[in-house]
Design a protein around this ligand. Structure first.
Ligand SMILES: [Zn+2]
Length: 205
């Protein structure tokens, strides 16, 4: 099929949905405008929402339950990674999140990228300082920061949620911390360790 025709068909389908959900928007105007002008010719928020739902249905999010940070219990390691062992996952079995060398288990990586994009759309900047942590990294951190069980900030090496590619340590100012608390669970990310407001783990319910 002709590529341009395919794109035009796609746009028409999206515009039709847009017109259906917001009767005030003149569909004919939106159709004649193209990629460049359509979002500004229409309310950007609703156009974006329809556009995402039309193109991104396969990336449907699984939200997480909201519990107190200490109430989540033991993490269930991903079935496809469990054979490697905590902190022993080859780089190729994880997914880059496009920010330095940071990697996560694929579903967590996808949800993370959607979450960061949503924050950015809200004008909130979220930095990242750590993600997957291999066993050597866990040992180093335990030596530097002490074991959590003894008042420090490091998990016993071989047990960290970072060792399954499910946790991130974020660099959050006050507005970003509030944004994460309000929105993180929508993307499956929760604050699951008391005393570590920077530590967020992908725990979709
Ligand atoms: Zn952490």
């Amino acid at each position: 099929m002709n590529g341009i025709a395919a794109v035009q068909g796609r746009i028409a389908a999206i515009e039709a949905r847009f017109g259906a959900t917001t009767p005030a928007a003149p569909t004919a105007t939106a159709v004649t405008s193209t990629f460049d002008s359509a979002p500004t010719a229409s309310p950007a928020g609703s156009f974006g929402t329809v556009f995402r739902s039309a193109l991104g249905a396969r990336d449907a999010l699984t939200p997480a339950h909201r519990l107190a940070p200490g109430a989540y219990g033991r993490l269930q390691p991903p079935a496809e990674l469990i054979g490697y062992g905590n902190g022993r996952i080859p780089a190729g079995a994880l997914t880059s999140i496009g920010d330095g060398n940071h990697r996560l288990h694929a579903p967590a990586a996808r949800a993370y990228e959607q979450m960061i994009a949503a924050a950015r759309a809200d004008g909130v900047d979220i930095g990242i300082t750590d993600s997957y942590r291999d066993i050597a990294g866990q040992q180093r951190l335990a030596a530097q920061k002490g074991l959590y069980s003894r008042g420090g900030l490091a998990a016993t090496p071989g047990t960290s949620n970072h060792g399954w590619g499910l946790s991130v340590d974020l660099d959050l100012d006050a507005p970003a911390q509030s944004w994460m608390r309000a929105n993180g669970p929508r993307f499956g990310f929760v604050e699951d360790v008391p005393r570590e407001p920077w530590h967020w783990t992908y725990r979709p319910s």
